[in-house]
Unconditional design. Structure first.
Length: 258
């Protein structure tokens, strides 16, 4: 009897997961199709977003008005816009995905732990949004500006492939936006009892060196400019996470002192 009840419970969980995954997949494919094909295939929302993105980045680059974006393959614009619309769809539907995940996991949490889970998820979303805005308005234009200015100093004229332009933009966007989750990650590990301010202080030099190696490996250009920007960003976010852990420990000590 217990085996039957257990198997029914497993089947129920799998059916619930299937329904919620289906909602996410159908929503994603529907929005992706709309962005790729409406209001017309030759002038879709995806193509319009691509033009806005190009203008946004190039307007912030010194001499950007003289830069030409070209496509070297008839399929390049389609695949480039497809990648852009996938990114836009994932960002727009992130609240839906998070809600479906929370609704599926909610029965496994108590009311108090579920409340904390919501707060952590909202914090992670807020930090990612902050990182995205900071990247779009400062870090990515600055990186492009430095790299293209360096190329112009050789006397060459910039003609950029739209595919490579977007690939570099996407790589930089993820590199500069995702690290903003570092304070949330450090805070979560602190709440789980994995790290403390003492352990972070002892490992600070190791973290700094690791950040430098990581920045050197993942930045898309061979010059030190992007590496320095990413390394500095990681250091600041690490210290923000350290400060967050310090606040948690101070609050815990006050409660224990009572």
């Amino acid at each position: 009897m217990k085996k039957i009840l257990r198997s029914q419970s497993i089947v129920g969980h799998l059916d619930e997961m299937r329904k919620r995954l289906l909602i996410c997949v159908v929503s994603f494919l529907g929005l992706l199709t709309m962005l790729m094909s409406l209001p017309s295939f030759t002038d879709s929302f995806g193509a319009r977003i691509m033009r806005i993105l190009q203008k946004f980045i190039l307007d912030k680059i010194k001499g950007g008005a003289s830069i030409s974006l070209v496509f070297l393959d008839p399929l390049e614009p389609i695949f480039t816009i497809l990648k852009l619309t996938v990114l836009v769809s994932l960002i727009c539907l992130a609240p839906l995905f998070l809600y479906q995940a929370y609704a599926y996991l909610r029965p496994a949490f108590t009311k108090k732990s579920g409340k904390y889970l919501v707060l952590w998820v909202l914090g992670a979303a807020a930090f990612f949004l902050l990182g995205a805005v900071f990247s779009l308005y400062f870090l990515i234009p600055s990186s492009f500006n430095i790299l293209i200015s360096y190329g112009l100093s050789t006397g060459a004229s910039p003609v950029l492939s739209m595919g490579k332009f977007f690939d570099m933009f996407l790589w930089m966007f993820l590199l500069f936006a995702l690290p903003f989750e570092l304070p949330i990650l450090i805070g979560a590990l602190s709440k789980a009892g994995v790290i403390t301010t003492e352990s972070l202080s002892k490992s600070r030099k190791t973290f700094y060196l690791g950040f430098a190696v990581f920045a050197a490996v993942v930045t898309p250009d061979p010059t030190p400019f992007s590496m320095l920007i990413l390394w500095t960003l990681l250091l600041l976010l690490f210290e923000a996470g350290y400060f967050l852990v310090y606040i948690f420990e101070s609050r815990k000590n006050r409660i224990c002192g009572r």
